[in-house]
Design a protein around this ligand. Sequence first.
Ligand SMILES: [Zn+2]
Ligand SMILES: [Zn+2]
Length: 194
Amino acid sequence: MQISPDLMNTIMVALEVILALTGGFLAALWISLVIWTFRDIRSRTRDIFAQLLATLLVLVLNIPGLLLYLILRPPERLTEAYERALEEEALLQDIEERAVCPACKRQVEKDFILCPACHTPLKKRCPECGRVLQLRWTICPYCGAPQDGAGSGAEQAAPAEEYLHPQAPFDEEEMETAAWPASGSSSSFTSSED
Ligand SMILES: [Zn+2]
Ligand SMILES: [Zn+2]
């Protein structure tokens, strides 16, 4: 069976179009791979030399180059490494912040008064307000009560009184000013109504 030259021509043109499309697609794929590699390596290292090398590898060797890159690239992204460092730091801080018994070095909670293992006193309780205080504190920072073993009580109490006094009127004043606008406006409101 004879193929007419017209049909032959059509087939050739179709083949050319298919080849051109395939070539275009492959070129686009190639460029995309290079761009992807460049972006990927940039998110994994700040080393400019490594960035150039990885991009060149894929630019020259294409898909085999990409395979090599995928095998050799740094396993962790910079953001992942940063997050991991943050997590480790938080964990370390958590461990550091946990209190330890000075006698037996066992972990204790911050508000323990005694070590449950060796019964060493860790904190003391204020006899006035009952809050937990450091052993070395000579005065309760919550209620101002002088603590046992604070030396001469009078000397310690005097500055405490001075310290407390300016705060007490200030608190009252604050409460008054906070309460006044409401009562004042209501009274003026009622007076204007009358
Ligand atoms: Zn202990
Ligand atoms: Zn107290």
